[in-house]
Design a binder for this molecule. Structure first.
Ligand SMILES: Cc1cc2nc3c(=O)[nH]c(=O)nc-3n(C[C@H](O)[C@H](O)[C@H](O)COP(=O)(O)OP(=O)(O)OC[C@H]3O[C@@H](n4cnc5c(N)ncnc54)[C@H](O)[C@@H]3O)c2cc1C
Ligand SMILES: *[C@@H]1O[C@H](CO)[C@@H](O)[C@H](O)[C@H]1NC(C)=O
Ligand SMILES: *[C@@H]1O[C@H](CO)[C@@H](O)[C@H](O)[C@H]1NC(C)=O
Length: 354
């Protein structure tokens, strides 16, 4: 009779981070990840968002909505963990990186920030740029210290850690989260204590989930900082260097409910042209870019933010939800994992009393 297990559905940044944290909290529990796509999948689909992110950290201002205040807490917790990883495990593909932001129309709460305030983390060197330091069309700008992630290296690093700590990994596409209970029985994994639903948005059962398409270009040239410009028309231009000499991501689009999985050539042209106009100190002419890859990913967005919660699908079928990261799955990852692990602990505590 195999002992009971905790099952995590999903090997994106949310599922992997959660699985690694659960191993720390419950060292004697067997933990199994079941995922349709993994960091080793050679050609990931647009639905596996974690392989298509930039990824950089842009702080969230807390003084806006309750949702953003909550996400601010998740990002602050994540930032301190990512900083430690960057220092202790440079092979993980996370690096502290100088960051710059420009705004054409600056939100009110951002305008109130002052040099010396805490923006990304305590001691981030936050400084408001002077008028003479700004490009002509920018109204406001700032610099600080953030971090960037080489996503393919980092997700593989999490997965290797999970396996080195005794985790079990099965590549399989489930028909639903509840299918995981049946799958566990058939595959001799033991009765799952709990199934953790970190499936992004891919089951499509939740009417609050939507996709936001993102197209970016990976170029060979390596920039030395991450930079974001919110233009007057509401579009964003950004550069995200990939740590460990992985080149630079030139981005990017945010296209709600756009399901096109192939890169659009005209979007690539537009992104490169805007990079030249916005960031002339990077690559001076469109023809000079060495393009390595066009990226298209679907951000697993959910109205109102992440779904964290416990759902009982039957007397012996408890699911803990942790999906709907939207465009901030890396930035929120360790905070999200802490929320999810707290719910798992609650479920296990209830079961122990029965
Ligand atoms: C262009 C772009 C740029 C981005 N930039 C950033 C950034 O700078 N910073 C940042 O923090 N975030 C960024 N993001 C967002 C980030 O990629 C996502 O928030 C994050 O990857 C979500 O991770 P996840 O683990 O929740 O979901 P996913 O990565 O989508 O993982 C879902 C997992 O569930 C599995 N799964 C799904 N359905 C099933 C099934 N039926 N059976 C079994 N397994 C299943 C999948 O195979 C996969 O393993 C960006 C995204 C895009 C597209
Ligand atoms: C699990 O997550 C998906 C998002 O991928 C969601 O649609 C679904 O409602 C969740 N719950 C179950 C029981 O599948
Ligand atoms: C990540 O960094 C490695 C170098 O270690 C590089 O070869 C790889 O292309 C990078 N990955 C991406 C997707 O940028």
């Amino acid at each position: 009779m195999p002992s009971s297990t905790i099952i995590v559905i999903g090997a994106g940044v949310t599922g992997l981070t959660t699985a690694v944290l659960l191993q720390q909290h419950h060292p004697t529990h067997p933990i199994t990840i079941i995922a349709a796509e993994t960091p080793s999948t050679p050609s990931p689909t647009a639905d596996y968002a974690s392989q298509w992110a930039g990824a950089h950290y842009r702080p969230i201002h807390p003084l806006t909505t309750p949702q953003l205040r909550f996400e601010h807490e998740l990002t602050m917790h994540t930032a301190s963990t990512m900083r430690r990883i960057a220092r202790e495990n440079p092979e993980a593909g996370v690096a502290e990186t100088p960051a710059l932001e420009y705004f054409a129309n600056t939100p009110k709460e951002i305008l109130e920030l002052k040099t010396g305030d805490v923006y990304a983390w305590p001691g981030d060197g936050f400084r408001v740029l002077g008028k003479t330091e700004l490009p002509a069309e920018a109204e406001w700008g700032c610099e600080y210290q953030a971090y960037c992630v080489n996503v393919s290296v980092y997700t593989r690093w999490l997965m290797d850690r999970f396996i080195a700590n005794g985790g079990k990994f099965i590549q399989h596409r489930l028909s639903s989260a509840s299918d995981a209970f049946e799958f566990a029985r058939q595959n001799n994994l033991g009765r799952p204590h709990v199934v953790v639903n970190c499936s992004g948005r891919n089951f499509d059962a939740d009417p609050k989930t939507k996709i936001i398409r993102g197209q970016t270009v990976l170029v060979k040239q390596q920039y030395h900082r991450t930079i974001t410009w919110q233009h007057a028309d509401g579009t964003w231009a950004f550069l995200i260097p990939r740590p460990l000499n992985g080149g630079t991501i030139v981005g990017g689009t945010k296209e709600i409910d756009d399901w096109e999985a192939s890169p659009r050539a005209e979007t690539r042209e537009k992104l490169l042209k805007r990079s030249v106009e916005s960031f002339p100190d990077f690559v001076a002419k469109v023809e000079d870019f060495v393009v390595l890859k066009d990226n298209v990913g679907r951000r697993p967005w959910r109205e109102g933010g992440y779904r964290f919660g416990i759902e009982r699908l039957g007397s012996e079928k408890t699911v803990v939800h942790g999906y709907g990261a939207g465009g901030r799955g890396y930035e929120c990852s360790w905070g999200a994992a802490r929320e999810i692990a707290g719910l798992v602990k609650q479920v296990l505590g209830t079961q122990a009393k029965l």
